[in-house]
Design a protein around this ligand. Structure first.
Ligand SMILES: [Zn+2]
Length: 332
């Protein structure tokens, strides 16, 4: 998690600086990205998705709701770098109320860094939904005294059925380590997992990655792929055809051409997706709002990442849509 701290320290240093600005003019890249289907009455077979920043997504077919990650607290950069972080119950409850999260059956956690896994136990307590995750994620839940019956270790490649949805966790890889001023950072190979219950408040570096997973979500004939982290394992997604690809974009713009092309090939092209919705492009030390901003320069180059994706999407005639914080879209 040291990479996160370096990014956030940079954010703090830059936040007092006049030159500080997000690294992408979102309206320039996505002039229509604020469209919102929130509250739309769903017809049978339709699926509504709501984006809450980072890789937090709510899927709803009118009967069953599923959540990916469920990270709503978004603590400030000051807390992340200099202090400890914990779930903000008030913020979580207000999201649950505003978005009528009252039929939630599962919370699927991509990996165990705080910006994915931290709020999962609290969301579970407030909704009754079960948390599905790695052993590290389950240790985050145990630290918050979540009942054993409210958490489940997922088996990679094995479908979990919830209502008309089915979800499969797939082995993946975390975004490449961040480099700043020549310093690199990566999960400590000697401590790849959270091995004992982690109690809040905790330091961000205590939220160890614990393995990274993609989620293949099926609803009837419709198929979706959720990839929170900007990385891939060659060929892994070849057997997972998808209609919509929720594509992690954190630091995509900082990668070389070869990586960007291989990433696209092993994700969007491998699944034959006809629509892309970018994930994890926003500055997650700012509160959730309909005015999320991109990560700033030095921590990412979102312009470059989006420019690459727009070019590819145009070539392949794929619909590329950016969603703002808390906005919804009927997928099918
Ligand atoms: Zn992470």
């Amino acid at each position: 998690m040291r990479d996160c701290r370096i990014i956030l320290l940079t954010l703090i240093l830059l936040s007092g600086c006049h030159a500080f600005k997000p690294s992408a003019d979102l309206k320039y890249f996505f002039p229509n990205f604020t469209a919102d289907d929130k509250g739309m009455l769903l017809q049978p077979g339709q699926v509504l998705v709501t984006f809450f920043g980072t890789s937090t997504l709510l899927f709803d077919d009118g009967e069953t709701q599923l959540l990916v990650d469920g990270f709503f607290s978004r603590p400030s950069a000051g807390k992340v770098v200099f202090g400890k972080v914990s779930s903000d119950k008030e913020i979580i409850q207000s999201v649950i109320n505003d978005y009528h999260i009252n039929r939630l059956k599962g919370i699927f956690v991509c990996h165990s860094h705080y910006d994915h896994a931290m709020d999962a136990p609290e969301v579970s307590k407030l909704t009754g939904a079960k948390v599905y995750g790695s052993s590290s994620t389950l240790n985050i839940c145990k630290g918050e005294k979540l009942e054993d019956t409210s958490m489940q270790l997922f088996e990679v490649g094995k479908e979990i059925s919830l209502g008309k949805f089915s979800i499969t966790a797939i082995h993946s890889k975390h975004t490449p380590p961040f480099k700043l001023f020549g310093k690199t950072n990566a999960t400590d190979p000697n401590h790849p997992d959270i091995t004992s219950p982690l109690q809040q408040p905790a330091k961000v570096e205590d939220y160890i990655e614990g393995g990274t997973y993609d989620f293949y979500i099926k609803h009837g004939e419709r198929k979706m792929l959720v990839k929170a982290s900007t990385n891939y394992i060659e060929g892994t997604l070849n057997n997972y055809p998808a209609d919509v690809f929720f594509l992690g974009c954190a630091m995509l713009g900082l990668q070389c051409d070869t990586f960007q092309n291989n990433y696209y090939k092993n994700t969007v092209q491998a699944t034959g997706a006809k629509a892309i919705i970018p994930l994890h492009w926003d500055n997650f030390t700012k509160p959730l709002s309909k005015a999320l901003v991109a990560l700033p320069y030095l921590t990412d180059n979102v312009d470059s990442g989006f420019r690459f994706l727009l070019k590819k999407a145009q070539e392949d005639k794929i619909d590329l849509r950016l969603m703002q914080g808390g906005t919804s879209k009927v997928l099918f």
